[in-house]
Design a protein around this ligand. Structure first.
Ligand code: BG6
Ligand code: MG
Length: 218
C-alpha cells in the first residue's frame, strides 16, 4: 500500500534546473571554458560541491579546497539572484493539485532534495505547508545515487521504502530511489530515465487514485 510520496525539488516541483545551468555556465565561462546542456544532465541531482568537481574536471581546471569553496559560494550567489525572484507562478503544471490530492487522500508528503536552498524555494513558491518532512542537502552526507536522502525521508515519515513513491527528474535520483527499494517514478521521458518503474511527463492531468492503481500493477 502506498502511504507516502517523496518529491525531488529541482526539475520536479519547479524548473530550477535551468537556473542551476545558467549559474554553473557563468562560473565555467569565468574560468575560461564552457559546457552544454548534454553535460548539464550529469549535474542534475548532484550536490553543489560534487557538481563543481565535475565541471572543473570537464574544463581541466585544478583548484585548492578553499578556492573551490569560494567558487561554489559565488555560483550560489548567482543562483540565488534567480531564486529570490521566484513566485508561485513557477510551480510546474499540476504539482499543486497533485499535492492537494495527496493531502485529501491521507498520503504523506516528503521532500528529498540535494539542494541546500530547498526550504527557501518552497517558501518562495508557497508550497512549504504541504510538506510533512523535508530532507535536503543540509541533512544528508551522501549525494544521489546514494539512497540516503530518500531513506531518511521514509524514516521521518514512518514508512517503509516499498510504501513510498519517489518522483525524480534525474537519472542519479532514479538510481537512488531504486537502490533504496522505493517505487521510482521518472518525471521526464523514457529516453532520459529508462530505469524508472514508470515515467510521466509531468503532473498535469495525473489523477492520484488512477496513478496509485497503475503502481499496484507494476
Ligand atoms: C539538486 C540539483 O537538486 O541540488 C543540482 O539537481 C544541485 O543541480 C543540487 O547542484 C544542490 O543544490 P544547491 O541549491 O544546494 O546548490
Ligand atoms: Mg531534480
Amino acid at each position: 500500500m502506498i502511504k507516502a510520496c517523496i518529491f525531488d525539488l529541482d526539475g520536479v516541483i519547479v524548473d530550477t534546473a535551468r537556473y542551476h545551468f545558467v549559474a554553473w555556465k557563468k562560473l565555467a565561462n569565468a574560468l575560461g571554458f564552457d559546457f552544454d546542456e548534454a553535460f548539464n544532465e550529469k549535474l542534475k541531482g548532484v550536490s553543489r560541491i560534487e557538481s563543481l568537481n565535475l565541471i572543473l574536471e570537464k574544463g581541466g581546471v585544478t583548484l585548492t579546497e578553499s578556492e573551490k569553496e569560494q567558487w561554489a559560494a559565488r555560483k550560489n550567489d548567482w543562483y540565488l539572484e534567480y531564486i529570490e525572484k521566484m513566485t508561485e507562478d513557477e510551480i510546474l503544471p499540476g504539482v499543486a493539485a497533485f499535492l492537494q490530492s495527496c493531502r485529501a487522500e491521507g498520503i504523506k508528503i516528503g521532500l528529498g532534495s540535494a539542494s541546500k536552498n530547498a526550504p527557501m524555494i518552497l517558501e518562495r513558491i508557497g508550497l512549504m505547508e504541504y510538506f510533512d518532512v523535508i530532507i535536503d542537502g543540509n541533512k544528508t552526507s551522501r549525494s544521489k545515487p546514494d539512497p540516503e536522502v530518500f531513506l531518511l525521508g521514509a524514516q521521518a515519515l514512518s514508512c517503509e521504502p516499498r510504501e513510498c513513491v519517489v518522483f525524480e527528474d534525474a537519472e542519479k535520483g532514479i538510481e537512488a530511489a531504486l537502490a533504496g527499494g522505493f517505487f521510482a517514478v521518472g518525471v521526464g521521458t523514457k529516453e532520459q530515465l529508462p530505469e524508472a518503474h514508470l515515467v510521466i511527463s509531468g503532473f498535469e492531468n495525473i489523477d492520484l487514485t488512477q496513478f496509485i492503481q497503475t503502481l499496484r500493477n507494476i
